[in-house]
Design a protein. Sequence first.
Length: 381
Amino acid sequence: MDDSVAVMLDIGSFNIKAGFAGEDAPKVVIPTILGRPKHPGVLVGMDQKDFYVGAEAISKKHLLTLTTPVADGKILDYDDLEHILTEMMNNELKSGFEDQKVMVSEPPNTTLETRTQLAELFFDQFEVRSLYFANQPVLSLYASARTTGTVVDCGHSVTYCVPIYEGYAIPHAILTMPIGGKALNEFMFSMLSKPGIMDKIEDDSFVFDIDVARQIKENNCIVAQDFDAEMKAASEQKTFERRYTLPGSTQEITLSTQLLKCPEMLFQPSVQGSKDLDGIHKYTFDAIMKCDTEIRRTLFKNIVLAGGTTAIEGMRERMKKEIQALAPSPMGPEVEAPADRKFSQWLGGSILSNLESFNHMWITKEQYKQHGSAIIYRNCF
């Protein structure tokens, strides 16, 4: 690998995406999970390691104590994160961090303390040559070939609604909805755990867990365009039923209104019981209305969806319909749903870190040694 090519890292609560600048997709996507053996010596017939990461940890979950070092966009355990990143670089990317340029995406609410600790991890532990922290929604907007717009980034833990003007997020207008893909997974799990569905499975080897619920959500859910009407038709006429073969099994289940109710939680959190929360469309509208009147029309016309949860069928159409109902008619809201939105943060970083014009933005090891963490706040916006 050309040592001038930057490493792009998108560290999320659910997974970590990594690859090299200039490429159109990450080379590796691993779950942000680390597992340690519950009891020494239980993994008979193989060399037991002190810890396992990502998919390997999940495959041995019955023998391990699993931890997630990142939750709700916040880093909870830097040592575990270091282990995961080291394993990922050495075993997946086949390239250590030492003397690399590294761009790290960060959520809009990242604290100064988190930046400082991450800088210490990358400069002091990994000994990278250069480092930059980039705002995740801004990267998603870059990936859509825009510098001004409103990014609706539905992540694993939360959803960010972020107005961006000429490449800079507008801090006072950023709104956070405390619902993301994880909440939808849990809602689906709850619905399918009720009597009459999973308890009918005759395959003793099958275990219904939150990951199965996630797969069902991702592969089958549809965002209703008229929720009440479609739910009524599905219930009364049985017009909305799908047979689904459970992963790792030959058993099938029949799915129906759960596939509509689960994603409806984004628009009507009350369907799950969260009565005090507005829908994702209202958060988006309110975020834009916090901005100067002169740029609102541009922000409405350039709403960009990001994150894997927004890939559910019907999401773009429903968002456009709901925001059009809220926005003044001259605003003409438009919603863009890029095909690669599952990786849009990573892709935006890949584009940005590969630009020759970006070279002066990197924080070098020498600058960090001279100025300490203060240089991070000066260079990274």
